[in-house]
Write a protein that binds this ligand. Structure first.
Ligand code: FAD
Length: 318
């Protein structure tokens, strides 16, 4: 028996969520008294995972898996889980992870708990805490199947060092072609991505037009943050669709989320509620976002943001 985690990577480099998933898997393996096995696909230095508690690391090197394909990746994870007699399989809750986990659960006839935020409160019955109702509540869920798939919510358990002397093992998985192939992949380069960002600077229709995003990008650059926007802003073509966050856009679970000129509609909040500290800048003191904010500035973005940039630059220089 074992716990298997899928440690996802981009261009061979582990994502932060991969290290969190391994940290979480280690905790669950300790609770169950079994070994932790990590699975990697085309990662360049899989031994990095020993630092977070992976005793054995299965490495798959296969050019046909160089771009993400949910069915093919799920097939590989399923084979690894079967080989390792894994009873618990942990996958992150990135967009890719949200596609993968249910497929793995179907393949293994396992129960699936998405949006899990904590280590099991009990292993018998196996009970996990999950986010519910767009992060407005928590539920305690019992998974009663023999095999269990857990989708770990980003930035919930954290990354914990737990150094072990591990071993690498090449894993020859059969890739069962899904019939769907990516023709090309366009990646944003030279920018912090929303998925990996600790800080996100997001702006809405209050910015009036795309020509005013210079100060948003400058603020993000000073903070080492990713830029994001509300849905109408990307619908209007002011910003790329990849920046749209919310219920129908990307989920954000950053440590700091700065919302500028965004009203705080329920569909926007649904996607960013998991962020730890929310700062809102809005001219309207009645804007709904202030109810969800940890810190609020009632003021004009065109006055507040340049001053904020100035102060942050001075702070960094000091
Ligand atoms: P507005 O509602 O126009 O708000 C602009 C805000 O800027 C106002 O609060 C205003 O007071 C403030 N403002 C104006 N001028 C300034 C200034 N100079 N300085 C500072 N503040 C200023 N929306 C999303 O964002 N993400 C989603 O995923 C999403 N999914 C949706 C799904 C469905 C099915 C539906 C129906 C809607 C969805 N929406 C989503 C849209 C959502 O309901 C809101 O319409 C949208 O979030 C509003 O965007 P906004 O806050 O940028 O614009």
């Amino acid at each position: 028996m074992s716990v298997l985690v899928f440690a996802d990577s981009t261009d061979g480099k582990f994502k932060k969520t991969a290290l969190e998933v391994v940290s979480y898997g280690k905790k669950v393996a300790e609770q169950l008294g079994v070994k932790l096995v990590a699975l990697t696909i085309n990662a360049s230095d899989a031994s990095e995972l020993y630092t977070y508690g992976a005793e054995r690391v299965l490495t798959v090197s296969n050019d046909s898996l160089s771009t993400f394909n949910a069915k093919e990746y799920a097939g590989v994870i399923t084979q690894a889980a079967t080989k390792e007699s894994a009873t618990v399989i942990v996958v992150d809750s990135s967009i890719d992870g949200l596609y993968l986990s249910p497929l793995v659960a179907i393949n293994l006839e396992a129960g699936y708990a998405s949006n899990t935020v904590a280590a099991p409160s009990s292993t018998s019955p196996f009970t996990v805490k999950r986010k519910a109702f767009s992060n407005k509540a928590f539920s305690n869920t019992v998974i009663s199947t023999d095999k269990k798939v857990i989708g770990l919510a980003k930035n919930s358990f954290g990354i914990h060092e737990n150094v072990v002397s591990g071993s690498l093992e090449s894993f020859e998985a059969e890739v069962i072609a899904s019939g769907v192939k990516s023709e090309s992949v366009e990646r944003v380069t030279g920018k912090v991505t929303i998925a990996d960002a600790d800080t996100v600077v997001s702006a809405g229709r209050g910015l009036k037009g795309p020509e005013n995003w210079g100060m948003i990008e400058e603020l993000a650059a000073v903070l080492g943050a990713a830029t994001a926007c509300s849905k109408p802003v990307s619908d209007l073509g002011w910003r790329p669709h990849g920046e749209h966050v919310g219920q129908t856009g990307k989920p954000v679970a950053s440590n700091l989320y700065i919302a500028i000129g965004i009203s705080g509609a329920i569909q926007h909040l649904a996607g960013i509620n998991a962020s730890k500290v929310k700062v809102v800048i809005n001219t309207d003191p009645e804007a709904p976002f202030f109810k969800a904010a940890d810190y609020g500035v009632v003021g004009d973005a065109f006055e507040v943001v340049p001053k904020l940039i100035e102060k942050l630059k001075a702070f960094k220089a000091a």
